[in-house]
Design a protein around this ligand. Structure first.
Ligand code: PMP
Length: 402
């Protein structure tokens, strides 16, 4: 028998995505005919706006789209992304500083691949999106978690970051609006964190995929806009998935200093080459076309946010701060644990999520998947009918606790 293991150590260490796990259980229950309402999905329920789909239809008739194109992306799209970056992130970049990727996820992965050497530490504010620690570890880096709970609006402070910094810290991950919490750092908070990173020569990877999904007049200030000096040591990650309801098209991008982008282009040229040209054509229409359909979706999300947060705060033992962005409500459920519901006494949010799924047929994602238990994430990217019915079912079940 060979002593060489079948699966590499690196891959064996990757965990299953918590969100996909819940989704799988919800789907299995649905397949049994049960009427499960799912708040687990991380994607808009709207169809991709028609003008984007129409542009792709036209592109389908042009054979040049059937060929390999530059690994870094179609020039027109890189130009459109550069314009969007100037518009929304306040950073005037050349199109050559933009690389088109297979979703924001590939941009996250590649950012760590190009930046990290073995043992380099990356500060990751928690609760965090499930893929970050894995992407850091796959690049031989070390994620260093800094936790911010509901009491601090799920936002880390400079003091906390400084306490986590060591001589191995290479980068800070900055995500605003956040998945899973929906928290948005104010311009002042962003500036303070950016100045701290600048002072210590840290890199910043800013995941701005939710930057246009903000509510109540709030704006998500880019960290490179707040602290322009960081532009030499920042990578922005973004994409069309969330803002334009284009999750399945798989189109994102990364923006950064030229040397870093050259490295990322070399990596991508060996890994996946160009992103599907049709998706790129759709993204050009998305970024350069009318923005009214996007505003309609944003307004719909804002209405749903107001509704779900109000209802969640009526649930005994639940506390949900008002999120300013993305499409997630992140509930502190500590007050609901340790009570008995229909003979079950959940001690953790994992057990509570399981109880709610089994008894109320409502799928939520427990905080354990985002770095810390005691919380549930509910995506409000679903129609208002089920949106309300799902929380009402949770209210009814939780009211039975004693
Ligand atoms: N960043 C965050 C914070 C996300 O929530 C997601 C999607 N869940 C992504 C990046 C990746 O998006 P995509 O690959 O679909 O563009």
């Amino acid at each position: 028998m060979s002593s060489i293991s079948r699966l590499s150590k690196k891959i064996s260490a990757i965990g299953e995505s918590a969100t996909l796990k819940v989704d799988a259980k919800a789907k299995a229950l649905q397949a049994e005919g049960r009427k499960v309402i799912s708040y687990a999905a991380g994607e808009p329920d709207f169809p991709t706006p028609k003008h984007i789909v129409d542009a792709v239809r036209v592109a389908l008739d042009d054979p040049k789209n059937f060929r390999y194109t530059a690994a870094t992306g179609l020039p027109e799209l890189r130009t459109a992304v550069a314009a969007k970056t100037a518009r929304d992130s306040g950073w005037e970049v050349e199109a050559s500083q933009v690389m088109i990727t297979n979703g924001g996820k590939q941009a996250v992965y590649q950012s760590f691949q190009v930046l990290l050497d073995p043992g380099d530490e990356v500060i990751v504010p928690a609760p965090y999106w499930v893929s970050y620690p894995e992407a850091i570890q796959l690049a031989d880096g070390v994620p260093v978690e800094v936790f911010a709970g509901a009491d601090q609006g799920y936002k880390v402070t400079v003091e906390q970051l400084e306490a986590a910094r060591t001589d191995k810290t290479k980068a800070l991950l900055f995500v605003s609006p956040s998945n899973p919490t929906g928290a948005v750092y104010t311009a002042e908070e962003t500036k303070a964190i950016g100045e701290w990173a600048q002072e210590h020569g840290l890199w910043v990877i800013a995941d701005e995929i939710y930057q246009n999904l903000v509510y109540g007049g709030v704006r998500a200030t880019s960290i490179v806009e707040a602290v322009p000096a960081l532009q030499d040591r920042a990578i922005l990650v973004n994409g069309v998935a969330k803002t334009y309801a284009m999750t399945g098209w798989r189109l994102g991008w990364m923006v950064g200093p030229s040397d870093i982008m050259k490295g990322a282009a070399n990596l991508q040229s060996h890994m996946s080459s160009n992103v599907n040209n049709l998706a790129q054509r759709g993204a050009i229409a998305a970024l350069n076309g009318p923005q009214e359909p996007i505003e309609e979706m944003r307004v719909a999300f804002e209405g749903r946010r107001n509704l779900i947060v109000e209802e969640l705060n009526k649930v005994p033992g639940f506390h949900c701060p008002m999120p300013d962005g993305a499409f997630y409500a992140y509930v502190d459920v500590a007050g609901a644990l340790g009570k008995t519901y229909r003979g079950v006494t959940p001690a953790t949010s994992l057990e509570l999520a399981d109880l709610i799924l089994t008894e109320a047929e409502v799928a939520t994602v427990p905080g354990e998947g985002f770095g810390r238990g005691g919380y549930l994430r509910l995506s409000y990217a679903l129609g208002e009918g089920p949106l309300l019915e799902g929380v009402q079912r949770i209210q009814a079940l939780m009211a039975e606790g004693n």
